[in-house]
Design a protein around this ligand. Structure first.
Ligand SMILES: [Zn+2]
Length: 183
């Protein structure tokens, strides 16, 4: 899929510390949510990966999310934040293995207001990603954390809870959304 990236607006202050504009979520049908985002290049980073990580976590918390991918707020970087103790940020995340069990559960998404749909996910996954400081790490996640990781990784591949759910489950979710939107 081809589309043109819009360069993010970055204010460079006198101390050279990058500050990002207040983020707003792109609309649910924005092309950037349907694109496969290219790997983040740590050898020639388009933004300071540590500063951007802070920004992403801050935005996630402000929005009340438990995960947030950069493209959800219009930045074409292959990175997402996840809520936890502590919160953490994954650059260039991949799933390198998984258990043999899948589980269907309802998910919501900051990009799809009032849309809650059942999605099938691996219950446990082995992942690899680069931390904001540039170090690669391997981590195993299970339960909700595994689910959030898979949800956020989907965003970076142009997928969403709408493309990952079954037709019937989606129909139910749309009906439910109509009720929720009226409230
Ligand atoms: Zn989402």
């Amino acid at each position: 899929m081809e589309f043109t990236y819009t360069a993010p607006v970055i204010k460079t202050q006198e101390n050279k510390k990058q500050e990002f504009e207040k983020a707003s979520l792109v609309s649910s049908n924005d092309e950037i949510l349907k694109a496969k985002i290219l790997p983040f290049d740590f050898s020639n980073p388009p933004v300071d990966p540590i500063e951007f990580a802070h920004f992403l976590v801050r935005t996630m918390l402000e929005r009340g999310g438990i995960g947030l991918a950069a493209n959800q707020i219009g930045y074409p970087y292959r990175v997402f934040a996840m809520a936890g103790e502590p919160n953490f940020v994954c650059y260039n995340p991949i799933i390198i293995g998984h258990g043999d069990q899948e589980e269907k559960a309802k998910e919501g998404c900051l990009s799809h207001h009032n849309f809650f749909v059942k999605v099938k996910r691996w219950k446990s996954i082995k992942t690899r990603f680069t931390m904001p400081n540039g170090e690669a790490t391997t981590k195993v996640f299970a339960g909700l954390t595994a689910r959030v990781f898979q949800h956020e990784l989907d965003h970076l591949d142009g997928e969403s809870i709408k493309t990952r759910s079954s037709f019937l489950d989606r129909e139910k979710a749309y009906k439910e959304k109509m009720k929720l939107d009226k409230k």
